[in-house]
Design a protein around this ligand. Structure first.
Ligand code: ADP
Length: 384
């Protein structure tokens, strides 16, 4: 991800100094900070800025020009993360007015006032512009490290907030939908004025049960993301076939409800060194997805081995995954956004799988053809 910075100052020399400052490579600092982010914000590996080009620097020597840049950036769906604004910029509008208008256009941008004057009534400015948590003040002459540090911290803060907001919106949407259905149908069953037939009762109870099950699996995903890091891992030698048999029998009812074939073919009895609960969850997520995203046909699970590794392949005849998503879907909160993939979820399942696979020194990959199906391959080291 690229952080876009805007510098508005009427002094050409200062603008040049900003440009020089950010053209030098500052990747290490940025990545170090990102690596240390809290997992529960979902902002670690997903928010990495690109390796070479962490910042895109834009400059304007008058407030009006800066406001236009902010407007254009929003229209192009590539907003600025931070604006550094000089307080006095004759002959044009001053920094406070510039910030006020920028804030009206883009409520999320982080603003830093830069000024050499001490006669500024910050309290008044803050009350006029609003969002005091997104306003900072930097005194000129500034220390270049200070500017860099601010740009870094504020960009990270900006992206974290975006990720959190999107996640919370998704969580509340995904949980509210089944809950509304549970409430609605249970009310119908309770209401004595409603003329509910015995047949309808069975149907409504089934809907309630299905929605409660859906909520449970969503909540399980959520909880495992928040708590998994702290859970210890207990590895033991185990049979891949026995785990797969257990997972398949757990998921069989799901497949049957959709009239899908669900088969398991184990070429040989293979063993791996793994945490039973985690590895089961890993297979449940991948095979569960295969069932979820396959409207008709079948899901086939096979296990095989070579000299060193055990391979578990999950082939479905489902809707497939667009090629631009085949790497992205393993990241937290990423879901394919098209009409076919419109199935409830948080985009967490495969990121959990990815973390588990890494903890077991294994790997996961996917090949897929849109409209005809996907093949997920998991690899783990074999043990005798
Ligand atoms: P969730 O299923 O909760 O959305 P996941 O992390 O498990 O989250 O999956 C991320 C996305 O990858 C899904 O939303 C879906 O778009 C896509 N996906 C995963 N597995 C499949 C599959 N077998 N077929 C088609 N799309 C899939």
């Amino acid at each position: 991800m690229l952080a876009k910075l805007l510098f508005i100052d009427d002094e050409a020399q200062i603008l040049e100094a900003y440009e020089d400052l950010f053209n030098k490579n500052s990747s290490n600092q940025l990545d170090d900070l990102l690596d240390n982010l809290d997992i529960s914000t979902g902002a670690n590996s997903n928010t990495k800025f690109s390796e070479q080009n962490e910042y895109e620097v834009h400059t304007a020597n008058q407030g009006i020009e800066g406001i236009k840049l902010v407007q254009n950036a929003l229209e192009e769906d590539a907003p600025f993360q931070v604006a550094f604004i000089d307080m006095r910029m004759p002959p044009g509008i001053n920094g406070a007015e510039t910030a006020k208008r920028i804030r009206q256009i883009d409520p999320d941008i982080e603003i830093v006032f830069v000024t050499a004057y001490s006669d500024i009534d910050l309290g008044k400015i803050v009350s006029e512009i609003g969002k005091p948590d997104k306003l900072l003040y930097l005194k000129k002459p500034f220390d270049s490290q200070e500017v860099k540090q601010l740009a870094l911290n504020l960009s990270v803060k900006y992206f974290n907030t975006k990720i959190k907001d999107r996640f919370l919106a998704n969580v509340s949407h995904e949980l509210k939908t089944p809950l509304a259905s549970i409430l609605g149908f249970s009310q119908l069953l309770q209401d004595e004025d409603e003329d509910v037939t015995e047949e309808e009762k069975v149907e409504f109870l089934d809907i309630i049960y299905k929605n409660a099950t859906l909520m449970k699996s969503l909540i399980d995903d959520l909880l495992s993301t928040v708590t998994d890091k702290k859970k210890s891992i207990n590895k033991e030698r185990m049979s891949v076939n026995s785990i797969l048999n257990f997972v398949i029998s757990t998921l069989k009812p799901e497949a049957q409800k959709k009239d899908l074939g669900l088969t398991l073919n184990c070429e040989v009895e293979s063993f791996i060194y793994a945490d039973r609960n985690k590895i089961s969850q890993c297979f449940i997520n991948v095979i569960g997805n295969a069932i979820k995203f396959t409207p008709k046909g079948s899901v086939t699970v096979t296990s095989s081995e070579d000299k060193e590794n055990v391979y578990i392949k999950i082939q479905d005849t489902g809707i497939g995954i667009p090629s631009e998503y085949t790497e992205e879907i393993f990241k937290r909160f990423v879901r394919v956004e098209d009409d076919h993939h419109n199935v409830p979820g948080f985009g967490l399942g495969l990121s959990i799988v990815s973390a588990i696979v890494q903890e077991h020194n294994g790997s996961i990959s996917v090949e897929s053809k849109l409209g005809s199906g996907s093949l997920f391959t998991l690899r783990f080291s074999k043990v005798p």
